[in-house]
Write a protein that binds this ligand. Structure first.
Ligand code: 1SY
Lengths: 186, 186
């Protein structure tokens, strides 16, 4: 079950390493980005991890929804990993406009292992097809949820956002989903 | 089979992206590191991917073997990936001394997914133990070998180095393995 291994890899090789530094990175970022800074709110101290059911991932969130725009990156974190000296880990910060045109800020990204699931479903030699893929995304989501709920390193530092692609025809589907999660925390 | 998914992920999410840029990065590096530069030779235009059978990976190669020392990093490559703007990919360059004390250069790193295999074998909830791990490392190696042999993007740009840990008591086991591969290419 590919999704099971990818969820563990995402936790062991990334979230467990970076989430403990997130709050410090955000504090550093806010100190250097004060002028006219938009509303951070309480929800945005967590990493928003976007999980679209169709595994259809773009590389720039602003291309998904006009109400989202790239703000800046958090400061780089460098960690020696498996022979790569000072491997760089960073997150991107975005602004999102609500229905009143007010800007909110969040730190977010797609769950990169979904790119592997998507690409594997396109390669015949990889062993699973498009019909299997949705099931694998759900398995990835549930496994990751389970791992993170039991992780002391990650507790309260993330938000898993499962995106149901049935609403893909709504051009503001993504920003609305993010705003809902931001508002839930305030 | 966790190893199958991790091998595909390593190819689709990393090697396929970075290997096409390797030769250019090395050329850039050599242009900025001319003074008293050690012997690059023909073998070292490939990424040496180290795969220890026991999945026992250190974060600094020089800690494994005194004949190896860190030289510098190749220039960073920035790629927008899944919402992370300008995610940084880099490789480390090392010097290795042969039995005559002459220095050779190579670009190398451990296969990062082996860290996931190792850590999963330590977490009881992840579903496999230490006895299963060696089998998974071999499966990872064979699957990766198969994928890379059929990949036009990666052809001739890598060297998979399987490290049999039976020789772990030899303090220069790693440098000797690397030198053998370097010499095979000259
Ligand atoms: N040596 C090395 N240098 C790299 O820059 C690198 N980037 C990825 N990989 C390995 O390739 C494979 C595919 O990567 P993907 O991004 O899909 O999954 C990644 C990704 O979802 C997440 N992750 C890791 N590093 C980052 C990062 N810097 N930014 C965002 N996500 C990251 O956590 C997963 C596991 O990471 P690793 O366990 O380090 O190994 C990966 C993986 O085996 C790398 N390996």
């Amino acid at each position: 079950n590919v999704a099971h291994g990818l969820a563990w890899s995402f936790y062991l090789g990334y979230l467990r390493l970076v989430l403990p530094y997130l709050e410090t990175s955000i504090a550093e970022f806010r100190a250097t980005h004060r002028a006219g800074g938009p509303n951070w709110g309480r929800g945005s101290k967590k990493l928003f991890i976007l999980i679209p059911l169709n595994a259809n991932i773009t590389h720039k969130l602003e291309e998904e929804d006009e109400n989202i725009c790239f703000y800046d990156n958090l400061p780089n974190k460098e960690i020696d990993r498996a022979g790569v000296r000072g491997r760089v880990y960073k997150h991107s910060v975005y602004k999102v406009l609500d229905e009143h045109g007010k800007a909110h800020v969040f730190v977010g990204e797609y769950a990169t292992p979904l790119l592997t699931l998507y690409n594997m479903s396109q390669e015949s030699s990889a062993g699973f097809g498009e019909s299997e893929r949705r099931h694998q995304v759900l398995l990835f989501y549930r496994t990751l949820q389970d791992i993170l709920e039991h992780s002391l390193d990650c507790r309260n530092r993330y938000r898993l956002i499962l995106l149901n692609d049935e609403h893909d025809d709504d051009p503001h589907f993504l920003s609305k989903a993010i705003l809902r999660h931001l508002q839930q925390q305030e």
